[in-house]
Design a protein around this ligand. Structure first.
Ligand code: GSH
Length: 225
């Protein structure tokens, strides 16, 4: 076990997906050490890391109290953590219909939010050429996904189970990046005006102590660079 902590989390200071796992670890009061990989130096593609995650992406989690069990894909990690360690079901729901709704949101996040928001970020910020049609396509997809969330959150406070769960936690970091960076100055985008329920939900999530603490760590790491 590394330094007496139960888990080792492989993450990245800016990459959104590792922070989702940190939110859940904090919320459940589990102990962990984070190793932030250096993407510029390709650490995530080196055998020292791909022996844990053959996909060469963060996050990956090692559970030292479970024979160094390794799990990767952020939402699979969230499910592992709650199934094994959230016995009081603080941030998950009981088996049954609600569990399938929880899975529905986690699948939607992993297939509908993460990749599209990621492509929007890529074409808006990192692609070597400006390709307006591609940038626009993915920004429009962000707007569409926010519309889906708005429809649901205008009728209920949380995505599932009437309380904060891993489903809500899974959306925070990509939404943050979309609101603060990707969609800045895009057409007449105004989160508060266009998606008031999403804005209220997102602000509530940011004010949750475990989330705030984790995002403060992120801020501190980034501002040190
Ligand atoms: N579906 C994966 C996505 C993982 C992912 O794309 N991670 C990014 C950082 S947030 C990464 O490692 N990027 C480096 C690369 O693609 O080379 C998950 O949710 O864990």
């Amino acid at each position: 076990m590394s330094h007496g902590k139960q888990f080792t989390l492989y993450s990245h200071d800016r990459g959104p997906n590792g922070w989702k796992v940190a939110f859940a670890l904090e919320e459940l009061g589990l102990t962990y050490e984070t190793i932030y990989l250096n993407f510029q130096e390709g650490e995530h593609k080196k055998p020292e890391f791909t022996k844990f995650n053959p996909n060469g992406r963060i996050p990956a989690l090692i559970d030292h109290k479970n024979n160094d069990f390794v799990i990767w894909e952020s939402n699979a990690i969230l499910l592992y953590l709650v199934d094994k360690y959230d016995t009081e079901k603080r941030i998950t729901v009981p088996d049954g219909d609600e569990k399938f709704q929880l899975l529905q949101w986690l699948f939607f996040q992993a297939s509908g939010q993460g990749p599209y928001f990621g492509q929007a970020a890529w074409f808006a910020l990192f692609h070597p050429e400006r390709i307006e049609s591609a940038t626009d396509r993915y920004k429009k997809e962000i707007i569409r996904v926010l519309g889906v969330l708005e429809t649901v959150l205008s009728k209920q406070e949380w995505l599932v189970g009437g309380k904060l769960t891993i489903a809500d936690l899974s959306f925070i970091t990509w939404n943050n990046f979309a609101f603060n960076v990707i969609l800045q100055g895009y057409e007449s985008f105004n989160l508060q005006k266009d998606f008031p329920s999403v804005a209220a939900w997102h602000n509530k999530l940011l004010a949750t102590p475990s989330v705030k603490k984790t995002l403060d760590v992120r801020e501190a790491l980034i501002s040190k660079k």
